[in-house]
Design a protein around this ligand. Structure first.
Ligand code: ATP
Length: 234
């Protein structure tokens, strides 16, 4: 479904991604892991269309998307939830969801989306009219995810969703990812919490200094303590 071939990316003169090759098949949950600065965020931002200087090929459902603007990729069903969340702190949960719907290529009724979100995320249901800024980091992250999923994407890129979030919410979030995958959504997940991520993933890639240095099934990687220690320590 997503095929990255010979991907290179630069920030100014810095050559960050150096020939990244990665594939995510339809219905899979693939985990992208690696140390800080390895190039994980740059990889998913390149897929989302947010890195100006890139070279190579990124195919989504067989179509080359590398030259497309970010909003066109989103309209094709490719959603990106950045690490920094990008919700509007002064607006309520409901208003943030409304904004997300305005940006969405689908014309969904707000009430239908709110009902769906309330059923899936009880924490957000209780806080629909609360300003987003007054919620915990984990609840804000849930809102960012709920808002992205409301546009019914086929594929979700998740950048470190569990970063800075209390363990109870992380468990809830990971249960939700498993349910999202079961509903047919394909997922590429960047995660520092390697063990937890590998427990829900089908396969994983390790990036190091802008290159894929290891790939395998989640089970293989879970069993390989040496590789985890070598590449996954922060
Ligand atoms: P982290 O977990 O810390 O986010 P990462 O694996 O996602 O790490 P990237 O954020 O992709 O790594 O960063 C890869 C490299 O690119 C790092 O060396 C980083 O300093 C550099 N970099 C990232 N963003 C920029 C930018 N806007 N301008 C210049 N260099 C950048």
């Amino acid at each position: 479904m997503l095929k990255i071939n010979n991907l290179h990316a630069w920030y100014g003169p810095s050559h960050i991604l150096q020939d990244v090759n990665l594939e995510v098949k339809k219905g899979e949950l693939v985990c992208l892991i690696g140390r800080n600065g390895a190039g994980k965020t740059t990889t998913v931002k390149s897929v989302a269309g947010l890195i100006p200087k890139v070279k190579g090929s990124v195919k989504f459902e067989g179509e080359e998307i590398l030259g497309m603007p970010a909003h066109t990729r989103f309209a094709r069903g490719l959603a990106y939830v950045p690490e920094e969340r990008r919700i509007v702190p002064g607006l309520t949960v409901r208003e943030n969801i409304r904004l997300g719907l305005l940006a969405s290529p689908l014309r969904r009724r707000e009430s239908e989306v709110i009902d769906e979100i309330a059923e899936t995320f009880p924490r957000l249901k209780e806080r629909l009219d609360q300003a987003a800024i007054t919620m915990s980091g984990g609840e804000q992250q849930m809102l960012a995810i709920a808002r992205a999923v409301a546009s019914k994407p086929k594929f979700v890129l998740l950048d470190e969703p569990s970063e800075g979030i209390m363990p109870l919410l992380v468990d809830e979030m990971f249960e939700y990812f498993t349910a999202l995958k079961k509903s047919g959504v394909t997922i590429l997940l960047i995660e520092q919490n390697v063990e937890l991520a590998l427990r829900i993933a089908d396969r994983a890639y390790i990036l190091d200094q802008g290159q894929v240095v290891y790939q395998g099934t989640a089970q293989e990687m879970l069993a390989d303590q040496a590789i985890q220690e070598r590449y996954c320590a922060v």
